[in-house]
Design a protein. Structure first.
Length: 325
């Protein structure tokens, strides 16, 4: 097992993974999601949508599938799909722990998830993940690590994670917030018995929020897998945005590609990116995202898109204000 198995996949789409954040629960912050999903978001309706996306992704060459304990029933939906698809043994499965889903399948909940990176939460959530995904789990990440997270310094937790790594599961972190670079660099130096503990990093990186880029390049150079999440900025770099950036529209017109494909292609042009996640909620969105795998941007277009970057604090302040739909 282990995330490194993904290197065995050679199709262009293998550099794009499917993230289940938007379809594992009834509420999420992606723009336009209220129109993309059925009004009645029952568990069965969301299970069906998840399976449709998983079927389409796998058929088009996607091999990395990403869930989390806090994505409602995403692990359950993924486990159901894996049992129904014995032919998908080459699918690489990742999940995350550290947030607990508390919205009780409501879109109007005051709080949707609660964060805790302590040993007790790890042991509880690891047991729940194991019960669903068992030996199909390849990558287990600490969810949304920030520089002040105790997960970066808790030796008891590190020892438990090292035991999981010894069983063949890649251990990693995901990051969030304006200081992602600091969290990444702190994680790179964590060792247990002289061996690096965290061998994968999943971070927000997109045309509006590229601040973690240098740290992610360092992680890649140090032999870590780099997974990019929120490559279309929760819909801000898609047609769902009220006013998509003019430079993005211009490049899309020049290439004949969709806005989201251009945004994701710009991420894939970074040589240090192992996988960028699609957070599609419909199969049409997924196909549009996957077109990024074969889209080539010229130097002028890439430079034009780089000018879209916002200060990290501005980006994360805007993100924190996005409504759950």
């Amino acid at each position: 097992m282990g995330f490194a198995r993904l290197a065995e996949s050679t199709t262009p789409a293998a550099r794009i993974g499917l993230g289940l954040a938007a379809v594992g629960r009834p509420g999420y912050i992606t723009l336009g999601r209220d129109k993309d999903l059925p009004a009645e978001r029952t568990v069965e309706a969301m299970r069906q949508r998840s399976h449709e996306l998983l079927d389409a992704a796998y058929a088009h060459g996607v091999r990395y599938l990403d869930a989390a304990r806090s994505y409602g029933r995403a692990e359950e939906f993924l486990a159901n799909w894996l049992r129904q698809r014995p032919d998908a043994r080459d699918a690489v499965v990742g999940s995350k722990w550290g947030y607990t889903y508390v919205a009780d399948w409501r879109t109007d909940a005051e709080t949707h998830e609660v964060k805790d990176h302590g040993v007790t939460t790890y042991e509880r959530q690891r047991g729940l993940t194991d019960a669903l995904l068992g030996d199909r789990l390849d990558l287990y990440q600490i969810h949304s690590v920030t520089p002040d997270s105790p997960a970066l310094t808790d030796r008891a937790l590190h020892e438990r994670l090292a035991r999981l790594a010894a069983e063949g599961v890649t251990v990693g972190i995901s990051t969030s917030g304006p200081r992602q670079a600091d969290a990444i660099r702190a994680a790179l130096v964590v060792e247990v018995d002289g061996r690096p503990l965290f061998r994968a990093v999943q971070s927000t990186y997109n045309l509006l929020e590229p601040s973690a880029g240098a740290a992610l390049a360092e992680a890649h150079a140090a032999g870590r897998a780099v997974i990019v999440k929120e490559g279309v900025a929760n819909g801000r770099l898609t047609a769902a945005a009220a006013e998509p950036p003019s430079a993005l529209r211009r490049v899309a017109e020049e290439t004949g590609a969709t806005l989201d494909a251009v945004a994701l292609a710009a991420v894939l042009h970074r040589p240090w990116v192992s996988v960028v996640l699609s957070g599609a909620a419909t199969t049409d969105q997924l196909r549009s995202n996957l077109a990024a795998a074969e889209l080539r941007l010229n130097e002028r277009q890439s430079e034009l898109l780089e000018d879209l970057a916002e200060p990290a604090e501005t980006y994360w302040r805007h993100r924190s204000g996005l409504p759950w739909r």
